[in-house]
Ligand binder design. Structure first.
Ligand code: UN1
Length: 497
């Protein structure tokens, strides 16, 4: 126990213990004997102190020229780039996903940071002619103030960076609560920002449980925006709490993403895509492929190809470069995934491969489950409708493009979808008619890039988007400015002559 590191909260430029005097252990989901560190079990008072610091720092930060804010972010991005390997292995140890993927997660944080650093010299508004003579019209983006972030565990650094970097470039200050399962990556992000010159109070972090910290992070009157990524159930609670005070809420929630495989698809490619989409990140991406809608003429072949490939995936500790799929994040999620596998079986879906917790040897120390494929799934089944957030794929048959599109849209969620086809007309029709925020042609449902908007329709989101310049719309408000240099009163809509 003695050589376990204790990590503190980060408030007003200082590493501070929680007022609770309590810490919690975070363990490696691939090997629960390994303690990643002790983290602060924070209480409301800690969140309030962080909000106080962010609120004070805002008065100066909002006045720092955006290109200067950008220079700091540029240095942060470089620092993350230089430390990419260490940051990635820390992340694999705390979250479990394989090292190739944690390198991708850190890279996504680097990309977002460089991208938003560049926005410091853009943050474009418009100028437009006035309807009156000797009058000048323009729009500028203004920051809002303190933003709070409730972050998930599946992208421990990328998603915090998606939220932080656009908020900071716009001139806001922030308080982040990382997931209790992946605080180390946010500690690392805070360190990089602090050491590269983000001023005290501009970024703050409190670790601990959502139900304890959430009310302060949402209800404190100094908080202007809450950005949340997580389940639709929790998102609804956040949304309702924000609505009472007209607080902005940016919500990224559940998904039930679909890959359509048409009869003219390149099947090898469609299988590659499905395998990566369904079992990458152990199926724990919001964008993960959990449904396949496959044309009846190729479904047998497709199913046997994917089953054969799924069986060959190497499951284990993600620090080993040869491993394809890591563990589930924790016992609760593992139980949930196993529960859904039982539900699938009892509903009459045909278990083609997987379905079991993996045991024996090193597996006993972690939360491992086999890559699982169900065929003969029907649309009344819960495994078709509900988000599982694990490596479980359901295959449904279709006989036309129209039917495929209807099946794709047969969900309360709307994050990501993809189609594999060689027919340009099918691709464009699906692109237009499938109701999601993200769409891929001949590519898997996962793999969004940072300079395009990220988010979903229906119960996946509330109309906002992260990433791209869309993120600037979340973290700034438009101010329309009219400058009248005529030296006389000019009345809009009245003095029309
Ligand atoms: C998420 O699963 O919440 O598009 C984020 C992707 C990644 C981000 C996923 N770039 O799969």
């Amino acid at each position: 126990m003695s050589n376990v590191t204790e990590y503190k909260n980060f408030i007003n430029g200082q590493w501070l213990a929680s007022k609770s005097g309590q810490t919690y252990e975070n363990r490696n989901p691939a090997n629960t004997d390994e303690i990643i560190g002790l983290f602060q079990q924070s209480v409301a008072e800690d969140a309030t102190a962080a909000i106080e610091a962010a609120s004070e720092a805002y008065q100066k930060w909002r006045l720092v020229p955006a290109p200067k804010r950008g220079e700091i972010l540029y240095n942060v991005a470089k620092r993350l780039f230089d430390n990419k390997e260490d940051l990635s292995s820390d992340m694999t140890r705390e979250m479990g996903k394989v090292i190739k993927e944690t390198r991708g997660d850190v890279q996504e944080a680097i990309d977002m940071t460089f991208y938003m650093a560049g926005e410091g010299r853009r943050l474009f508004g418009i100028t437009t002619p006035s309807e009156l003579a000797n009058k000048f019209n323009m729009t500028i983006r203004q920051p809002l103030g303190v933003c709070t972030f409730i972050a998930p565990w599946n992208f421990p650094m990328a998603i915090p960076a998606w939220k932080m970097m656009p908020a900071l470039i716009c001139g806001n200050t922030i308080v982040i609560k990382p997931s209790e399962h992946t605080p180390l990556s946010v500690v690392n992000l805070m360190k990089a920002c602090h050491e590269e010159g983000v001023p005290a109070g501009v970024i703050n972090m409190v670790t601990g449980d959502g139900p304890v910290l959430g009310p302060s992070l949402i209800n404190d009157p100094r908080v202007k925006i809450v950005s949340f990524t997580g389940s639709t159930r929790t998102g609804r609670i956040v949304s309702e709490a924000c609505a009472k005070n007209f607080k902005h809420a940016c919500l990224e929630m559940g998904g039930k993403n679909v890959e359509i495989v048409m009869d003219d698809a390149n099947l090898e490619l469609a299988v590659d895509g499905a395998l990566w989409g369904a079992f990458g990140t152990t199926g724990q991406r919001c964008t993960a492929t959990s449904r396949i809608v496959c044309h009846k003429d190729v479904i047998e072949k497709f199913t046997s190809m994917i089953v054969e490939r799924a069986k060959k995936l190497k499951v284990g500790n993600g620090l080993d470069e040869a491993i394809d799929m890591g563990p589930i994040i924790n016992q609760k999620q593992l139980d949930n995934v196993l529960k859904y596998i039982e539900i699938g079986k009892s509903e009459g879906a045909k278990l083609q491969t997987g379905g079991e917790r993996m045991t024996g040897g090193e597996y006993d120390k972690g939360y491992f489950v086999q890559p699982t494929v169900f065929s003969d799934v029907t649309t009344d089944m819960r495994i078709w409708k509900e988000e599982i957030f694990g490596p479980v794929l359901s295959i449904v048959s279709c006989s036309s493009l129209d039917e495929a599109i209807n099946l794709a849209n047969d969900t309360v969620y709307g994050l990501s979808a993809s189609i594999y086809t060689q027919d340009i007309n099918s691709a464009y029709t699906a692109m237009r008619d499938i109701n999601t925020g993200i769409f891929y042609v001949n590519a898997p449902t996962i793999g969004a890039e940072t300079h395009l908007p990220f988010g979903g329709t229906k119960e996946t989101g509330n109309g906002h988007r992260e990433a791209g310049t869309a993120a600037l719309d979340v973290f700034s408000e438009w101010k329309s400015i009219y400058v009248d240099f005529s030296g006389k009163l000019q009345r809009a809509q009245i003095d029309t002559e």
